[in-house]
Design a protein around this ligand. Structure first.
Ligand code: PGA
Length: 249
């Protein structure tokens, strides 16, 4: 099956109203010539700015987290419906920085995925092993466990509307990228696991690689059969790099 590529930026906790304007404007302009889908996931306060600059362009936007609750007394949380109010198409869930610094469990990530889907968002569900886990040869078990929690909650029907991002924790922000073969191996595992629930959904699901993807390694990574794009941290803050990665998709 021919899957379209997606290149999504994860700005993390970076940006300012003044600085974002030139970045968003450059991405809007540059993305019009690239074949891949392009999106940026910005900090919550900048969603309105993303909407104002990117509306009417091919670039989608989204947030980096969402509450599992629909509404209520959850101080500091942001619901999926609120993200929809700001025109979001995407939301990152279960990023390793949320899992490790905020104690997000597999079950919580699954609940957030479900909340995002219920509101009509496309969740970008992150999975990936730590360096310790890779060295202990438990990468497959860890990724399978993280994926199974989501599958158990939303089923193949939900998975059909989600994006998965394989992000080995040891590659995030370190400049140490997984080799194309290392990444491909895990991407194939993810697709095979989803195929156990539904082969058609598995064939169509978009699986991104994330972790020090840069202009000089993006094309080789994205030419792997099961790598359908990238989730880009550091390089998404530089318009030229981000657009070069998108063009490689
Ligand atoms: P990086 O981050 O590209 O800076 O490694 C990727 C991510 O955390 O999504």
């Amino acid at each position: 099956m021919m899957r379209s590529k997606l290149v999504a930026g994860n700005w993390k906790m970076h940006g300012s109203l003044a600085g974002n304007l030139s970045l968003l404007t450059a991405v809007r302009q540059g993305a019009s010539d690239v074949g891949a889908e392009v999106a940026v996931c910005v900090p919550f306060p900048y969603l309105e700015q993303a909407r104002s600059v990117l509306s009417g362009s091919k670039v989608g936007w989204g947030a980096q987290d969402v509450s599992q609750h629909a509404q209520g007394a959850y101080t500091g949380e942001v619901s999926a419906a609120m993200l929809v109010d700001f025109g979001c198409r995407y939301v990152i869930v279960g990023h390793s920085e949320r899992r490790s610094y905020h104690g997000e469990s597999d079950e919580l990530v699954a609940a957030k995925t479900e909340a995002a889907l219920a509101a009509g968002l496309t969740p970008i569900v992150c999975v990936g092993e730590t360096l310790e886990e890779r060295e202990a040869n438990v990468t497959d078990a860890v990724v399978t466990r993280q994926l199974d929690a989501v599958l158990a909650r939303v089923g193949a029907v939900g998975m059909a509307r989600a994006v998965i991002a394989y992000e080995p924790v040891w590659a995030i922000g370190t400049g140490r990228t997984a080799t194309p073969l290392q990444a491909q191996e895990v991407h194939a595992l993810i697709r095979a696991r989803i195929a156990q629930s539904d082969a058609t959904v598995a064939a169509g699901v978009c699986i991104l690689y994330g972790g020090s993807m840069k202009p000089n390694n993006a094309a080789e990574l994205m030419s792997q059969p099961d790598i359908d794009g990238g989730l880009i941290g550091g390089a998404s803050l530089l318009a030229a790099d981000f657009l070069a990665i998108a063009a490689a998709g």
